[in-house]
Design a protein around this ligand. Structure first.
Ligand code: SF4
Ligand code: SF4
Ligand code: SF4
Length: 330
């Protein structure tokens, strides 16, 4: 049996994506029978050389955010010899949580982390890789912005989620097994391995015909939560209406709002814009005219960290994020 050569590159990753693969248990073990792993540093003692010297790669999985010049270099080199490229997890699909760093310029981030934080002692104000020539502190340079993987290389398959939910990981591994075992084709280029609807469509909570909200609260501030009722209708911001289905509304089932990790649903272009538009349509929806603009504005202004809420996983790939990068030096 000819095995498929697999490389897994973790870029700016928390390794939750690696764990999600191992969590698939028996399916993962079965998939290993058909795979020859040429690079997966989190699991095997293979160095970068193994990746760079590999003659070909059948399946390349990338997870994490493309943050440093080293990430970009490794991914581009591997992509040259990869037959099929998978963006695995929200960080590679859309930018993910690390992508919120794009709210700041790279130099602002470095200054904050290495000089300004309360607990940092750095009287010489040395910033590794920038103002410090010390070889021991040499680290890969940060790129100006975080990009989704498909802005760096061509992507064949998107496996979203932070990390991708168990059912989707199983499906992904079964697809690889079917390809190796029976020659079945891998999903066609551009496929998103997830649902075609929204999280709201999978959510078991009761949704009123018309949602009217007079005040938004964070889940931690809510005094009482009705476990059966739509959270948005209770004034708790939930990204379900703009988020792609496929996770079986797992957060809603444990009384947490959807944060949008599966990325935009097929008909949504920009998740943040969609939710902002939705929020504005439900605030005092029953007496919008009587209440007046100032009061409406106040309700919306009370939302803490709107960028973090509305673009938690998708800022780099969003219209807003792309426009900002174009405007403020690509
Ligand atoms: S998608 Fe989530 S789990 Fe995967 S690397 Fe990014 S932050 Fe970690
Ligand atoms: S808004 Fe959230 S809580 Fe309400 S139905 Fe949609 S997913 Fe469920
Ligand atoms: S409910 Fe939302 S945040 Fe939770 S796993 Fe599903 S898409 Fe992600």
């Amino acid at each position: 049996m000819k095995k498929l050569k697999l490389a897994i590159i973790p870029t700016g990753s928390c390794s939750g994506c690696d764990t999600s693969l191992v969590d698939a248990g028996e399916t993962f073990v079965k998939a290993l029978e058909y795979l020859d792993i040429v690079y997966w540093p989190i699991a095997m003692d293979l160095k970068v050389d193994s990746l760079l010297k590999a003659e070909s790669i059948d399946i390349l999985i990338v997870h994490g955010s493309i943050r440093t010049e080293e990430h970009e270099h490794l991914v581009k080199e591997a992509a040259k010899k990869a037959k099929y490229i998978v963006a695995y997890g929200s960080c590679t699909c859309f930018g993910g949580i690390p992508g919120l760093a794009n709210l700041f310029f790279r130099d602002e981030l470095l200054k904050k982390v290495y000089i300004e934080t309360f607990s940092t002692v750095n009287p010489e104000e040395k910033i590794p890789g920038v103002t410090c020539e010390d070889e021991r502190l040499k680290i890969p340079k940060l790129r100006e912005w975080i990009h989704p993987l498909d802005e760096i290389v061509d992507v064949d398959l998107y496996v979203p989620g932070c990390p991708p939910p168990g059912e989707i990981v199983e499906k992904f591994l079964e697809t690889i097994i079917a390809h190796a075992e029976r020659g079945e084709p891998l999903p066609e280029k551009g496929t998103v391995l997830a649902g075609l609807k929204t999280v709201c469509d999978e959510c078991p909570r009761e949704k009123p015909d018309k949602i009217v909200v007079k005040k938004f609260v964070r889940i931690s501030e809510a005094k009482e939560i009705d476990e059966k009722k739509c959270l948005l209708a209770q004034g708790i911001i939930c990204m379900g209406p703009a988020t792609r289905s496929g996770c079986d509304a797992r957060c809603l089932k444990v009384n947490m709002p959807c944060r949008g990790c599966m990325g935009p649903s097929p008909e949504v272009v920009d998740m943040g814009a969609k939710l902002i538009s939705m929020i504005s349509s439900i605030v005092y929806a029953d007496k919008e005219r009587e209440v007046g603009e100032e009061r409406l504005k106040k309700v919306v202004e009370e939302i803490v960290d709107p960028a973090g809420y509305f673009y938690r996983f998708t800022l780099p790939g969003s219209i807003l994020g792309r426009t900002r990068r174009r405007r403020d030096k690509e």
